[in-house]
Design a protein around this ligand. Structure first.
Ligand code: AMP
Ligand code: GLY
Length: 415
């Protein structure tokens, strides 16, 4: 099979690496890929821009399967476009991708189908939002309705902060349309977990759970990033948490997918909060998490492509995903200054000295050399029989990697 993988991050490198292990696959096109996929077995990086070019390429090269990494093309309807041309593509339709593309839509979906989530109100009028916020308990959470590259959520501790956020989102329009509508939501206190899952629209199979570390500094301090490290499975996801997740979140979601007659054969990622009051759904993502994918896929024993084909053929009800009996830890190394301003273009060394896997995110190749090209540059992922062993293995590898301004958290998995 020829497989096309869309995206350029660490997630896509992990997908390409896992795809290359499938005996069903002999060729992988990464569009655009990165300095990691460039060196990966069976892989070729191609520079293509936008859905039209991707579609043309897939038709011309008789691509057998397309896997979409990031949310933007999904929300833009890439799956519908590929299917119109009779191409096999893994991901939700444009309509189903609204579960991530619009928080107002996804919250109303959760309410309609009884998915356990924080209370909320939505506003498209700034005065009405301010009015509501002048008379509510704090903290509250304000979220931009549309995609905002992970920056559209603010936890407000006072009316002043809330007013400022409403001003930024709705009046100054800092997200160029995405914050014209906002959600005001109950603040939930607890521990987060990421549960990536696969669905064919009739069955949802959860993957092993993962724990992201979003804050830039140790001790979960400082601004949120795309994710500075992940451990899997998530030690807080006990059997009891899983039972609540199944009953209160996953099954009602499946009823909703069916009730809305969504065309959904893809990944559904549940961002949950485990609280003293029970397990709540924070959000849906309609694609794999980054860096979660880099910790979860190495634990998957099953052939990822065989699994995707089972989803596309509506056969997940009889599919049993096999997992390694191990723990995994992924530590992200970022450029100095991230998630704020940072410089790029520095040589990366030490990758070949790693004992385990280094996934590249913001790194590009210049002939056979690797250099930094983004905020989150790479991640070291290692497995271990215990969580402690996985953590030690992964830190041993990241310590060997060098580039100017390298920064990583030293407490991934400890907190
Ligand atoms: P979201 O994009 O909705 O997952 O929000 C991004 C991050 O904001 C989450 O991963 C949480 O850390 C935080 N967050 C979102 N909603 C809430 C909430 N209702 N209560 C507390 N924290 C939240
Ligand atoms: N790591 C969180 C996300 O991919 O949304």
């Amino acid at each position: 099979m020829k497989v096309l993988i869309i995206g350029s991050g660490g997630r896509e490198h992990a997908i390409a690496w896992k795809t290359a292990q499938s005996p069903l696959v002999n060729r992988i096109y990464c569009a655009p890929g990165n300095g990691g996929t460039y060196f990966e077995n069976k892989c070729e990086n191609i520079s293509l821009n936008g859905i039209d070019e991707l579609l043309k390429f897939a038709v011309k090269n008789s691509v057998d399967l397309t896997i979409v990494g990031p949310e933007i093309p999904l929300v833009e309807g890439i799956v519908d476009r590929f299917k119109e041309k009779g191409l096999k593509i893994f991901g939700p339709s444009r309509e189903a991708a609204m579960l991530e593309g619009s928080k107002s839509y996804s919250k109303s979906f959760m309410d309609k189908y009884g998915v356990k989530t924080a209370w909320y109100r939505d506003f498209d009028n700034a005065d009405e939002a301010r009015n509501f916020l002048s008379d509510c308990d704090y903290p509250v959470v304000i979220k931009a309705d549309g995609l905002a590259a992970g920056k559209g959520v603010v936890i407000c501790n006072s009316f002043n902060e809330a007013e400022q956020t409403i001003d930024d989102f709705m009046i100054k329009d800092i997200f160029k349309g995405s914050g014209k509508r906002v959600i005001v939501e109950e603040f939930l206190e607890g521990v987060e977990a990421s549960i990536l899952s696969i669905t064919d629209g009739k069955t949802i199979i959860p993957f092993l759970s993962a724990k992201d570390h979003k804050a830039i500094y140790e001790g979960n301090k400082g601004p949120n990033t795309g994710g500075m490290g992940v451990i899997a499975p998530n030690p807080y996801v006990t059997d009891e948490v899983l039972r609540s997740f199944n009953r209160d979140i996953m099954l009602p979601t499946l009823r909703g997918i069916q009730g809305e007659q969504m065309d959904y054969k893809g990944i559904i990622f549940f961002g949950i909060m485990i609280t003293a009051k029970g397990v709540y759904l924070l959000e849906y993502n309609v694609r794999m998490g980054d860096p979660e994918t880099q910790a979860v896929l190495p634990l998957m024993e099953s052939d990822f492509i065989e699994l995707i084909l089972a989803a596309l053929e509506d056969k997940l009800d009889s599919y049993n995903i096999k997992w390694k009996k191990a723990h995994s830890c992924c530590v992200v190394a970022a450029s100095k200054g991230y998630p704020g301003k940072y410089e790029t273009g520095f040589n990366i060394t030490g990758i070949k000295d790693a004992n385990n896997k280094i996934f590249i995110a913001g790194g590009k190749n210049n002939k056979d050399k690797l250099m930094t090209s983004g905020g989150r540059v790479l991640a070291a992922t290692a497995l271990g029989k215990t969580l402690e062993e996985a953590i030690n293995n992964s830190y041993r590898d990241i310590e060997r990697v060098e580039f100017n301004g390298i920064y990583f958290r030293r407490d991934i998995g400890e907190i």
